[in-house]
Structures are given as structure tokens and as C-alpha cells.
Design a protein around this ligand. Structure first.
Ligand SMILES: [Zn+2]
Length: 225
């Protein structure tokens, strides 16, 4: 057992405020504050017509860069161990998407959505750690070089965000073709789009066209705009 994700996460998120870390360079806007940024970056490895976890080489590069796998102990992108890890990472990503949607909609996760997160808990553990200065924390322990520890680290970040309320601000874009994870900093907390100019207006125009089409059928008049 070796500490894997906790250290990487802490080191990397400490630098976020100065410049965006390379593992979050694809997020671009409506960034969550660290360490929640790592969850947002992980969820957004899929979207905008691309999946950064689709191919083993690229996935391994991103997961090690993000500190979710310790490259020093990894058997490499071509190994059977990584193939299994990649499946788990993709499934856990879908579960975290469902977790985000469930939170904003108040919905319940299905057994299929919960199963990958249960598996993470079976393969990695969090151990109590009390620092000399008295700070009580949790340290992730998992088989060295495997992704379960990194994923457990993400779940611990989610747990802390749920406790401090910041989790409710992480949302998936309301455009069903997009589903980009964004951090809603609006005062009302009612933001629904990753980007108003693209997804928001596109969907509003689509809905307006649908309403106009149906009002044309009924002869009813709609106000412009
Ligand atoms: Zn969007």
C-alpha cells in the first residue's frame, strides 16, 4: 500500500491560483475553486465532442498529470491493469456526472450509477492522519500505481465540497448535447449553461422556434423575442 492520490492532489491544487495547471487546461472557463477544480477537470475529460479517456496513451498521460495515478508505480498505458483502471475511471466519471445532476435536480442515483463508486471504496481506503500541528485529515491508501486511490481522492474532495456547500455550485450544462461541468458563481445560484452565448442562446432559440411553430398551428400569437 502506498499513498498515491492525496499527495499529488495537494501539491497540484496548491499551485492553481497562480496559473491553470496543465491537467485543467481544457476547462477554460467557469472554473471551480481548488481542490474542486480537479473534480471539474476530471468530469470534463468528456464533452465538446471529445473524450480524453477514450485512448489508453492519452488517458494515462492525463491521469498521471492530474495525480490520479502515480506514474512511478504504474505498469503503463498498455498494461492489463491500466485497461481495468481505465474502465473504472470512465464508469466513475459517469457516476460523478450523475452525482452532479442528482444534486442539482434532487434526484436519486441508480444502483448502476452507484456501483463504480462502491468499487472505488473496495479498492482504496482513506486512513486517518493527524499532523504534528494537530490538523486531522485523511490520507488515501491504495495499490501503488492504480487509479482507485486517485478516484477515492476525488470522492473525498466531493465530500468536503458537500460539507461546505460549494458542491451545489458545480453543475452540468443544461444543453443535453453539451453537459459540460461548470461552476456557478452567480448570486442566485440559478445558472444553467456552461456558456450563455453558445449553449444558453442556442437552446433558448430552439425552444422559441418550437413555441412559434406550435402557436402557428393553433393561431395563437407570441410576443417577439
Ligand atoms: Zn454547454
Amino acid at each position: 500500500m502506498a499513498e498515491v492520490a492525496g499527495r499529488g492532489v495537494a501539491e497540484r491544487t496548491g499551485r492553481v491560483s497562480a496559473t491553470l495547471p496543465s491537467w485543467a487546461s481544457h476547462v477554460a472557463y467557469k472554473l471551480a475553486p481548488p481542490p474542486l477544480l480537479l473534480v471539474q477537470a476530471f468530469v470534463n475529460t468528456i464533452g465538446m465532442g471529445a473524450d480524453m479517456l477514450a485512448h489508453a496513451e492519452q488517458a494515462h498521460a492525463w491521469l498521471t498529470d492530474a495525480g490520479l495515478i502515480d506514474a512511478a508505480f504504474s505498469a503503463g498505458p498498455a498494461s492489463p491493469a491500466f485497461a481495468a483502471d481505465l474502465r473504472l475511471a470512465r464508469e466513475a466519471r459517469a457516476s460523478i456526472q450523475a452525482l452532479i445532476t442528482g444534486t442539482s435536480d434532487g434526484g436519486q442515483l441508480t444502483q448502476d450509477e452507484l456501483r463504480p463508486l462502491d468499487m472505488v471504496g473496495q479498492h482504496a481506503q482513506a486512513r486517518l492522519q493527524v499532523a504534528p500541528a494537530g490538523l486531522v485529515g485523511l490520507q488515501v491508501a491504495s495499490p501503488a500505481g492504480r487509479v482507485a486511490g486517485g478516484l477515492l481522492g476525488l470522492l473525498l474532495i466531493i465530500r468536503d465540497a458537500q460539507a461546505d456547500g460549494s458542491w451545489d455550485r458545480l453543475k452540468l450544462c443544461g444543453n443535453p448535447d453539451c453537459r459540460w461541468a461548470f461552476y456557478d458563481r452567480s448570486h442566485s445560484r440559478r445558472g444553467a449553461w456552461c456558456n450563455m452565448a453558445t449553449c444558453g442562446n442556442r437552446l433558448k432559440n430552439r425552444n422559441l422556434r418550437a413555441r412559434r411553430a406550435s402557436s402557428a398551428d393553433t393561431g395563437e400569437e407570441l410576443p417577439p423575442g
